[in-house]
Design a protein. Structure first.
Length: 265
């Protein structure tokens, strides 16, 4: 399961953030997209078509918003991820959002999929307010993966055995409880920036069935996993693969995608 970057030091967070670009093609191939209902709702609520995608990565969310009729500009700190996004037809500028220079450009909606926890929530909201037109929207969202209880328990046992020092090996919260701090921080940052109205939170529930090979393809893309020693990665994947084999070679992941949104006054 993905590592949630809480309780880590700044240098550790940078290392985790940089790990996502280690294999950007795999990331683009294996990571889930976002529910179509959410994309359609955000696009419909936007006062215009111009969207800025913060931390666009390989363009997973950007392509969905393009398909919904939006004109998307991506921003990402990792040039390796940006290159993959560009090859798929997304315009991307490489920069940290807080330091990015908009050069007078403004947008109807600012989005961030699975990335706003890497942005300072107050500085990020202030930057979003700077580039949003009046009535524009800041909408940040996360996919929260929730395996079936028996699968989750077995995965946890594998992580605890192979990587006992990893925070997830000591986790006592459910995935939604773990992500809740991100939702709260995002909303608090929007409230601190007086240019926004009161933020709201919307949840979209959906599911996806993963085969053993599909899930093992995704695991190395989770935060910090590419930094594990090769023998640790091999043991981890073998253990997770065996756990999936034990339940028939596939399992259905339940996802809760949560969007936190505020309107630019």
């Amino acid at each position: 399961m993905p590592t949630i970057p809480s309780g880590q030091q700044p240098h550790q967070l940078r290392q985790v953030a940089e790990s996502f670009g280690a294999d950007p093609e795999r990331y683009d191939r294996a990571r889930p997209s976002y529910p179509g209902a959410m994309v359609a709702a955000i696009a419909a609520d936007s006062p215009g078509p111009d969207v800025l995608d913060v931390g666009c990565g390989t363009g997973i969310s950007s392509r969905q918003f393009q398909a919904a009729g939006c004109k998307v500009l991506g921003i990402d700190v990792d040039a390796r991820m940006a290159d993959v996004a560009r090859r798929s037809g997304v315009e991307v500028e490489v920069a940290a959002f807080e330091a990015w220079e908009p050069a007078g450009r403004t947008f109807d909606t600012v989005i961030a999929g699975q990335t706003w926890h890497w942005v300072d929530p107050v500085a990020g909201a202030a930057k979003a307010a700077q580039v949003l037109r009046p009535g524009g929207r800041l909408s940040v969202f996360w996919n929260v993966a929730q395996p079936p209880p028996e699968v989750s328990a077995t995965f946890a046992e594998v992580y605890a055995r192979v990587l006992p020092e990893l925070p997830i090996s000591k986790a006592t919260m459910t995935p939604l409880e773990g992500y809740a701090v991100m939702f709260t921080n995002a909303a608090d940052g929007m409230r601190a920036e007086k240019a926004f109205g009161e933020p709201d939170q919307t949840r979209y529930d959906w599911e996806r069935t993963y085969t053993r090979d599909e899930w093992l393809d995704q695991v190395p893309t989770h935060g910090g996993h590419s930094r594990f020693a090769p023998e640790q990665q091999a043991e981890l994947l073998a253990g997770i693969g065996a756990a999936i084999d034990a339940v028939g070679g596939a399992f259905t992941m339940e996802y809760a995608t949560v969007a936190v949104t505020a309107v630019r006054i």
